[in-house]
Design a protein around this ligand. Structure first.
Ligand code: ADP
Ligand code: MG
Length: 671
């Protein structure tokens, strides 16, 4: 069967359905079969009510006190009830399903499966499906759940897949395999589960397949990179020594090691392709400065790309201060830059040695004289095309050396797979004298007693505070406080303090001014959305409050928290949570550790399928299976890929494989 055929060729997929599928990225027959269930309903394993956590759950219990009312919004009915088992009871809500009022017999037991989540300030089971316990034995215990795509709900996908049930036997194998039909059996077993164990086995094989693809893509990238040419950057020992001697501090050992790795790497005439990983505050900028200095000494130009105007400005200030004494011309190019034309002329004729900028750097009319080093800060914030635009600005026939920096530590397992083609330098050490950040989860009811005194204490001692909110404006449908209303509220509580707010929808110039005042110590409390997440450096800010902390990912909070504790004073981070829930594992881990590498490993374990790409590039990598924490499977795939590559004929023989990995090759490369 030709898996590249359009989905319309499948039974039951008419033009309308095809249109929806395509909109959600399911274009081919292959995409369709690989649209795996997100989860499985398992009526055999209900949890007791005392043990439920937010998310998809199955419980077994009796239902009572069912009532239906009309909501304020027209056309909406709300049916509520109480489900109990012998460990406790919870509230259940259905919308527009008033028949539920008549569905249940009080003393009978039912299975309920649905999402347990926060609704109107309280955790409830939302719109569960329900089945009589005595009926279930006649149903197979397991049923796949698909992610709903627009009008296509989980049960629609079940129907569509059932329509194609007889087509699975036509799916050819993708990889070399000892047992033929491994792939079709795995896909079949994932869509038509027969037992929990078989689901595991099938998904495990598909995970292996995916890892094989990723690793193969990474290896081929490395081969291709090795064919490219770049300008070698000479090592200037005396100048580097002089540079280091003039810094106000000595480099940490980790910085020295990373700088040395970079210097050596850039001496080659094949381009460097290196990721500099270092936790927030580990001093990546100085390492980048040294690399830039070296490149300029060799008579070439350097471009540094930053994801936000605030960050570009900050890098500009630092690098200008550091490098101008060495007669290096440094320029800033952002959307707000005045007289871009003149600046671009000077970049083109080589008068500017180092240009720092945002997306404005990427436009076609930004041309270089002799660009030999590209530095990208927070590289995962940029898409492949964006990065490629910059890489193509080197003289023809040459590729620039690339130094990508990230403060989101990448777990070792990811390095081996997705980043298998990269050289990595790690800053696993913070500069001396840094105080650890004390993190504390705080229920919202305890704010007044525990938090407000802390705020007063910090500000009275001349330090500053970040207060992070999720939303810009108030939204009555959600419970999150906005920056605007939070700053009003704080201003009332602390009338003497200077409070400002910041968010991503402000004009760049306005943001810069607000950030500037905070940096200069003119503002006591900065209430902000996550725009302060990336790289902003205000060493005098030593208290951060993150409101609605449950709404953020682990890596994101770790990043945010890194904004404090950058000076020599003790720093604090409070994670505010709703009062009626136990804090998640995520928050508890953050309370326990400030080690970004450790947290990254945990993050990988805690996240579900497909979510991990957050640490990579924006949505580029759509993993079907969260297999990236499975080191054993990774090693097996690595071994098999190495074997595969030993026989050049395989590249011709496994055509489908070679086609599918082109997609991964684009993602796993940095250039
Ligand atoms: P990040 O790795 O998060 O980008 P930065 O490069 O912004 O970190 O550095 C954080 C702060 O630490 C800056 O104020 C920088 O000047 C300072 N710094 C960098 N290296 C050292 C060092 N070796 N000793 C002391 N301070 C340092
Ligand atoms: Mg930084």
């Amino acid at each position: 069967m030709d898996l590249t055929l359009s989905v319309e060729n499948l039974k039951g997929v008419g033009p309308k359905t095809a249109e929806i599928l395509k909109k959600y990225g399911i274009r081919t027959v292959r995409d369709f079969f690989y649209n795996l269930p997100r989860d499985y309903e398992n009526y055999e394993q209900p949890v007791s009510i005392s043990e439920i956590r937010p998310g998809k759950i199955v419980i077994k219990g009796k239902i009572d006190q069912i009532t239906t009312r009309r909501a304020r919004r027209r056309n909406l009915t709300v049916t509520e009830g109480i489900i109990s088992d012998n460990t406790g009871s919870i509230k259940v809500i259905w919308f527009n399903q008033s028949y539920r009022t008549r569905q249940f017999t009080p003393d009978k037991e039912y299975y309920f499966t649905g999402d347990y989540e926060l609704k109107n300030g309280r955790y409830s089971l939302i719109s569960p499906s329900a089945a009589l316990v005595t009926d279930i034995d006649t149903i197979t215990g397991l049923s796949p759940i698909y992610v709903a795509h627009g009008a296509l709900k989980s049960h629609d996908f079940r129907r569509l897949i059932a329509n194609s049930r007889d087509k699975f036997s036509l799916i050819p194998d993708l990889l070399p395999t000892v047992k033929p039909k491994t792939r079709q059996n795995a896909l079949f077993g994932a869509h038509f589960p027969s037992s929990m164990q078989s689901i595991k086995d099938c998904r495990n094989y598909l995970a292996y397949e995916e890892l094989f693809e990723l690793i193969l893509a990474a290896k081929l990238n490395k081969r291709e990179n090795e064919k490219l040419k770049s300008t070698p950057i000479n090592f200037n020992l005396n100048e580097v020594k002089d540079f280091l001697a003039r810094l106000p501090f000595t480099l940490t050992n980790a910085q020295k090691k990373a700088a040395w790795e970079i210097i050596q790497n850039m001496q080659n005439s094949t381009p460097m392709n290196r990721l500099l990983q270092g936790d927030v505050g580990s001093g990546k900028t100085m390492v980048a400065a040294l690399a830039a200095y070296e490149a300029v000494l060799s008579g070439t130009q350097v471009a540094l790309l930053a994801p936000t105007a605030i960050l570009a400005q900050q890098h500009y200030n630092t690098l200008k201060n550091t490098l101008e004494p060495f007669k290096i011309t440094v320029a800033l190019l952002t959307g707000a830059t005045k007289d871009k034309k003149n600046l671009k002329t000077n970049i083109k004729n080589g008068k500017i040695n180092l240009v720092i900028g945002t997306h404005a750097l990427l436009t076609d009319d930004t041309e270089f004289n002799n660009l030999a080093l590209v530095i990208i800060d927070e590289q995962h914030r940029f898409g492949v095309e964006q990065r490629q635009k910059l890489m193509l600005k080197s003289p023809s026939g040459l590729a620039p050396h690339l130094l990508a920096m990230t403060a989101t530590p990448i777990p070792r397992s990811l390095q081996l797979t997705i980043f298998g083609d990269l050289d990595v330098s790690i800053l696993n050490e913070l500069p001396k004298g840094r105080q650890p950040i004390t993190t504390k989860i705080l229920k919202e009811t305890d704010i007044r007693e525990q938090l407000y005194p802390k705020i007063t204490e910090i500000i009275k001692s001349g330090q500053q505070v970040y207060w992070i909110c999720k939303a810009i404006d108030d939204d009555p449908r959600t419970e999150t406080t906005s920056v605007k209303s939070r700053s009003l509220n704080l201003q009332k509580l602390f009338p003497k303090y200077k409070i400002e707010f910041l968010h991503g929808r402000m004009k760049p110039a306005e943001k810069d001014e607000i950030m500037g005042r905070f940096k200069d110590g003119k503002t006591d409390i900065l209430v902000s959305t996550t725009v302060v997440e990336v790289g902003v450096d205000v060493p005098n800010a030593n208290l951060m409050i993150i409101e609605n902390a449950e709404n953020y990912g682990l890596a994101q909070i770790h990043q945010l928290r890194g904004r404090v504790g950058r000076g020599d004073k003790a720093a604090f981070c409070y994670l505010l949570t709703a009062s009626d829930m136990n804090p998640s594992r995520r928050l508890r881990e953050l309370e326990k550790s400030t080690d970004g590498f450790h947290l990254a490993e945990i993050d990988l374990k805690l996240r579900g399928p497909g979510e991990i790409y957050g640490v990579l590039q924006h949505g580029a990598l759509d993993l079907r299976i969260a297999s990236l924490s499975d080191t054993k499977l990774i090693h097996r795939a690595q071994k098999d890929v190495a074997e595969f590559l030993q026989n050049p004929e395989n590249m011709l023989k496994y055509k489908e494989l070679m086609n599918t990995i082109t997609k991964y090759q684009q993602i796993t490369t940095l250039n």
